[in-house]
Ligand binder design. Structure first.
Ligand code: GLC
Length: 503
């Protein structure tokens, strides 16, 4: 096994509620995942990242954790987790799991103890409680409304997300100690690494002062609250965690969710810091050659292998809908898989799943009730087989399937599935290195990334077909025109003429 497997890994993100249901309750679970892991292995991915399956009231679908070292009965138990891990390793897949250190659930025993113990108690000091007739500061919650909720004795507690997600106080040394144990619990169990939720959060400005302009907060963007995100001291937490991860053999991997502009996100990796950041530059960039070239250039300044290429996850609109066409989504798959370093695919991206307009009364995202913004449309369960109920569950799914879901099923072999498999196969056979230099450019509406001087990723992002540079076309996301040009919304991988890879 190569030591630094993660540096150029393809990580497949599994949203357990929506992957596969083994016990006919309409919600996916760990045994369901285990039974379907061969799909991920056949795709050619190197690892899976599981979003939270720990005990939780599921107010934010697992991102409200009430016990960091267990499995919610909805998803199975620790034996089911061990079986999943063993099966993944048997298939050659590494396993990353989510850890949520910025906040817990209001049902966590330590938050309950804090409520019971009352103002001024050491139990309350684990969280951010404060007095006042009105909210102690003007911070908004990322999910809408104020970031403070009042308890019956008159104090307020801070929650950057939903009111069911109280923020831990990282100034209290007991918080770091608690999480040291959480990390060791999962590392001892054999998980290969962690995806750290809101890894740029946790630390708040001393005294929790007012934000100069709380209206500047965009929905779903913590980064606009500079008093509660991207604080320099957060790196001390990462250093502490890195030393724990490095004490294992093989070393465990830390991937931080860092939803900051690329120039800031790249500073989160490096020796002694996080191994990798789950970066958002490409998630937020519009379908535009200049925007992609600028984002790529900014991300590529990071530690090689430390920055990830990703366009989808469980929080954002699916790419066929976001970019406005399935062809663009296919081109984006070739983009993220053709750049040096690691790439993350979100379950269903390989099937070309579009965003679903979930009927308002079926929406479940807590952000929907707080702000009228819902992430349910990218969380509709996976279609495995062509006909309803699509092999996901024998019960009605927790989010309803839209009509025609079967056309995207694994069994239907949609075009993006074959493309993803082929791209992954080729990716592993080409002499790529995560250390390859990459030069991005945008010429009008053509995006180009030249890697190590010999390989080019070219995407026609405008509304006209464009000639491809001289060389051998290795793969394209859709067929070229009869003249060998790249049609609009199409990506190609090329071996450039006259340039040889250095092996
Ligand atoms: C992260 C997760 C998101 C969750 C939020 C709060 O951004 O990806 O799903 O709602 O953190 O934990």
């Amino acid at each position: 096994m190569r030591e630094a497997w993660w540096r150029d890994a393809v990580v497949y993100q599994i949203y357990p509620r929506s992957f596969a249901d083994s016990d006919a309750d309409g919600v996916g679970d760990l045994p369901g995942i285990t039974a379907r892991l061969d799909h991920v292995a056949r795709l050619g991915a190197d690892a899976v990242w599981l979003t939270p399956f720990q005990p939780s009231p599921q107010a934010d679908h697992g991102y409200d954790v009430s016990d960091y070292t267990g499995v919610d009965p909805l998803f199975g138990d620790l034996d089911a987790f061990d079986a999943l891990l063993a099966r993944a390793h048997e298939l050659g897949l590494r396993v990353l799991i989510d850890v949520v250190p910025n906040h817990c659930s209001s049902a966590h025993p330590l938050f309950r103890a804090a409520l019971a113990a009352g103002p001024g108690s050491p139990e309350r000091a684990r969280f951010h409680f404060a007095d006042g007739d009105s909210p102690p500061n003007n911070w908004p919650s990322v999910f809408g409304g104020p970031a403070w909720t009042r308890v019956p004795d008159g104090q307020w507690y801070l929650h950057l997300y939903d009111s069911s997600q109280p923020d831990w106080n990282w100034d209290d040394p007991r918080t770091a100690e608690l999480f040291d144990d959480v990390l060791r619990f999962w590392f001892d169990r054999g998980v290969d690494g962690l995806r750290i939720d809101v890894a740029y959060g946790m630390v708040k400005a001393p005294g929790l002062p007012d934000l100069p302009d709380p209206d500047a907060m965009e929905p779903m963007r913590l980064r606009a609250n500079t008093l509660a995100s991207d604080r320099p001291e957060v790196h001390d937490i990462h250093r502490r965690w890195r030393s724990i991860a490095d004490s294992y053999d093989p070393p465990r991997v830390l991937v931080g969710e860092v939803n900051l502009p690329p120039e800031r996100a790249v500073g989160y990796t490096g020796p002694g810091l996080l191994h990798q950041v789950f970066a958002f530059g490409m998630v937020t960039a519009p379908w535009d050659a200049r925007a992609w070239a600028a984002t790529g250039t900014a991300l590529a300044t990071g530690t090689p292998g430390g920055v990830t290429w990703v366009v989808e996850n469980h929080d954002v609109v699916r790419t066929p809908s976001r970019y406005g066409s399935p062809a663009r989504a296919r081109a984006a798959i070739l983009a993220i898989l053709g750049l040096p370093g690691a790439a993350y695919l979100y379950q269903g991206q390989e099937l070309g799943l579009p965003e679903v307009d979930v009927p308002p009364d079926a929406r479940q995202d807590p952000a929907w009730a707080r702000s009228g913004f819902s992430r349910d449309g990218c969380r509709v369960p996976m279609p495995w087989t062509t006909d309803p109920p699509y092999g996901f569950s024998l019960a009605p799914p927790w989010l309803p399937f839209p009509p025609g879901w079967g056309q995207y099923a694994v069994e239907s072999d949609p075009p993006s599935l074959a493309l993803t498999r082929r791209a992954l196969e080729l990716r592993s056979s080409l002499p790529f290195s995560p250390d390859d230099e990459v030069v991005f450019s945008a010429d009008d509406d053509v995006f180009t990334a030249v890697r190590a001087g010999w390989f080019a990723l070219v995407i026609a992002m405008g509304d006209r077909a464009v000639p491809v540079p001289a060389g051998q076309v290795l793969l394209s996301s859709d067929p070229l025109t009869s003249d060998g040009w790249l049609p609009p919304d199409t990506a190609a991988w090329l071996r450039l003429s006259g340039a040889e890879p250095k092996i």
